[in-house]
Design a protein around this ligand. Structure first.
Ligand SMILES: *[C@@H]1O[C@H](CO)[C@@H](O)[C@H](O)[C@H]1NC(C)=O
Ligand SMILES: *[C@@H]1O[C@H](CO)[C@@H](O)[C@H](O)[C@H]1NC(C)=O
Length: 436
């Protein structure tokens, strides 16, 4: 409310009049709008959660497409997906700047596909502003594909909060059998980007995904900023983000607490930058697993900077399956990473997933670990288990300072088939002997 607290008693008589005029103006405006509105400033305060300051929706650009105007009913337990997809269709077919608005309220949704190509002009992304809660139907048979909410074949997209997508995972996690079955079907990802170019995702909260919280594939130039991604420590395969077959992905200022990898980077990912991400609980940041399938694409140019791992099982991990076809994992920088009570802070595992006497042929090279500091919760703080069929080359360790979480523990590093160079401080001490 824009009335200053200095208002004197003399002017207070005018307040009801001012209020009345303001209300009349609002009512008059909303009476004019039918289905489409010109965007204005929507300033609905969101409640503070976990001590993080509340976020406000940003101003809405262009013409507004509100899901309520297309029949979506908040609070209804049936899937509102048809109304959401109709809203998207109208925005996508609109030849101008369009914003889809999901207002406050809880919207139940089964499989929801936002498909392009759209008619938005180049340089004018379609915005989807989520103010309320999108809640998944808790029944795996509702989902024909590996996703709950997908964006496909879209060029120019902005998805913003401050709302929440709730995958209703607790009702379906029991159907995940990946602990006993290497070829298990993954449960649907909450937010799936397939062939999306030039997108930004920011200010959203994602909770309790069935499978991955976010899955990005066949995409390019994606910027992710300011997300909160939460699932319980014991939830199965709830990776915060999985990125594959994509070039140019940037993730920053995000908090990820899950039951599986914080961020996993799969085959065909190139030019991926991760910074100011806090992970934990979960399995840490990993490249891989690689080499499970035939003819996998290389992973190159990954940088992870200024990140913190809290109580994760792994810190920074590269994992490849044995008996793989040939590919490359090269040109990674891990810089300024704080490990807080992390079980295995630095790990390369080229015998991941299964036992085989055939080596992995994923060649790992040009990997720099720089300014890695903090505490380890188990004695093997550095474990470089590289492949006899494709030894790791040009690994660089620069200023490593890992201390045991428990005073009585001694940390060590082990290396197999690894060519490592050391510069600056080294705790634990360099592993010996390096591979010839
Ligand atoms: C990643 O960082 C590098 C080096 O700072 C920069 O050249 C590159 O453009 C960045 N890529 C993305 C996708 O942000
Ligand atoms: C990482 O932190 C350093 C030091 O605070 C800063 O100079 C640098 O810009 C940061 N880089 C990224 C990618 O956040």
């Amino acid at each position: 409310m824009a009335i200053s607290s200095k208002t004197s008693t003399r002017t207070s008589a005018f307040i009801p009049l001012v209020l009345c005029l303001a209300l009349f103006a609002c009512h008059f405006k909303s009476g004019l709008a039918k289905g489409l509105q010109k965007g204005g400033h929507h300033r609905l305060p969101a409640p503070a959660r976990n001590g993080v300051p509340p976020r406000r929706p940003a101003p809405i650009p262009g013409t507004l497409f509100n899901v309520l105007k297309f029949g979506a009913k908040p609070g209804n337990k049936m899937s509102q997906a048809q109304a959401f997809m109709k809203t998207w269709r109208a925005a996508c077919d609109f030849n101008g700047i369009a914003t889809v608005v999901v207002p406050r309220g809880v919207f139940t949704l089964g499989e929801t596909i936002f498909q392009g190509p759209c008619r938005n002009p180049p340089q004018s992304p379609i915005t989807v502003q989520i103010q309320g809660v999108m809640k998944a139907i808790s029944d795996p048979s509702e989902y024909s594909d590996k996703s709950w909410i997908s964006f496909e074949h879209v060029n120019g997209l902005v998805v913003t909060g401050p709302g929440t997508i709730d995958g209703s995972g607790p009702g379906v996690w029991k159907f995940n059998d990946c602990r006993s079955n290497n070829n298990c079907e993954l449960l649907p990802a909450s937010l799936y980007f397939n062939d999306v170019q030039n997108a930004k995702v920011r200010g959203l909260t994602s909770v309790n995904s069935m499978g991955f919280h976010m899955h990005i594939t066949n995409s390019g130039n994606i910027r992710i900023n300011g997300l909160r991604i939460y699932a319980p420590e014991n939830s199965p395969n709830t990776d915060g983000m999985h990125i594959s077959r994509s070039n140019g992905v940037r993730v920053s200022k995000t908090v990820i607490r899950t039951g599986d990898d914080c961020i996993s980077i799969g085959q065909g990912a190139t030019n991926v930058n991760i910074s100011q991400v806090t992970c934990g609980p979960g399995h840490g940041i990993s490249v891989g697993s690689l080499g499970k399938l035939p003819n996998e694409l290389d992973v190159t140019g990954v940088s992870v900077r200024n990140c913190t791992m809290v109580g994760t099982t792994n810190g920074i991990r590269i994992k490849t399956w044995p008996a793989s076809g040939p590919s490359r994992a090269a040109g990674f920088l891990f810089s300024n990473i704080v490990m807080d009570n992390v079980k295995f802070p630095i790990i390369i595992d080229q015998n991941y997933g299964t036992n085989s006497n055939k080596p992995s042929l994923v060649k790992i090279s040009d990997i720099t670990y720089e300014d890695i500091k903090g505490t380890a919760a188990s004695p093997v703080a550095v474990n470089l288990d590289c492949s006899a069929g494709a030894p790791c080359s040009n690994l660089k360790f620069i200023n490593i300072n890992l201390q045991p979480k428990i005073n009585t523990m001694r940390l060590s590093g082990t290396c197999v088939n690894a060519n490592v160079g050391y510069i600056g401080m080294q705790f634990p001490p360099p592993c010996l002997p390096p591979h010839p």
